[in-house]
Design a protein around this ligand. Structure first.
Ligand code: 9D3
Length: 237
């Protein structure tokens, strides 16, 4: 998969692409990342990428020219059918289902903005899919791009994560994980549950199912009752 990341801060991606499962995918040639600096596509002497909003107000707005210039240059650089993605707090929430869809593409172009936000004509003129990673405020799209890439790379056939996610699907079934223990059996007076040392695999499996279920009920009831998702309270109706 080819991934082009368009950003004002290309340097923040360095260690991300050389470490862990993402690093292995790059080394194995499964992932071809490229960072593109919007500033390379400015036309003025000062390499200015933003300006004050029409109509007034606080902050600055990222201008069209460097964004359209970068997207068009990247798309001219190879043949294929890229998915354009704009990371924005106003986007559709990133879920595992969205990640699975993105993993089918062989080319993603990720646009990272900053606190200031893009000129609206970036959306209307480039028509990107808009994605948010959750309801909290970041200072830019770069950490969101890393989250998205990490989740997608795990699913690429041949990546280490691909083998681990096959294991996830066999064991997890949409519940939170059961608690795990390893040696020593006792640590600072805290004991591993006796049942896990019993060698009785049927009772162990039943205990783990029950723990996973109880944890999910307490912490993430929305996973058990998707029809209630988004509601904070627990009363009926
Ligand atoms: C309230 C007006 N804007 C600030 C002038 C809102 C705003 C725009 C851009 C707030 C933060 C950002 C920067 N965030 C992202 O680019 C971002 C993000 C996020 O903040 N939360 C969750 N997902 C994402 S994806 C990109």
């Amino acid at each position: 998969m080819r991934i082009d990341i368009l950003t004002l801060f290309p340097e923040v991606f360095g260690p991300f692409f050389s470490t862990s499962i993402v690093g292995r995918a790059v080394a194995a040639g499964l992932l071809l990342p490229r960072m593109v600096d919007f500033r390379e596509f400015t036309r003025d002497r000062h390499r200015k990428v933003d300006d004050r909003p029409f109509g007034g107000g606080p902050g600055m707005v990222i201008q069209c020219e460097p964004v359209f210039g970068a997207v068009e240059a990247v798309e001219r650089s190879a043949a294929g059918n890229p998915m354009r993605i704009l990371l924005t707090p106003q986007g559709e929430p990133l879920t595992q289902q969205v990640v699975e869809e993105l993993a089918w593409w062989d080319w993603l172009i990720l646009l990272c903005g900053h606190y200031e936000g893009f000129d609206e004509r970036v959306r209307t003129g480039l028509n990107p899919r808009e994605i948010s990673i959750g309801d909290y405020v970041l200072s830019g799209g770069e950490p969101a791009a890393m989250v998205l890439i990490d989740a997608v790379v795990r699913l690429l056939p041949g990546s280490l994560g691909d083998q681990m996610s096959a294991v996830d699907e066999t064991f997890s079934s949409g519940l939170l994980e059961y608690p795990q223990y390893t040696r020593p059996r006792e640590y600072r007076g805290m004991h591993a549950p006796e049942i896990l040392l019993s060698g009785d695999h049927q009772r162990i499996a039943a205990w783990r199912r029950q723990q996973a279920m109880e944890r999910t009920r307490q912490r993430r009831p929305d996973l058990l009752n998707p029809q209630d998702a988004g509601r904070e309270d627990t009363d009926a109706s």
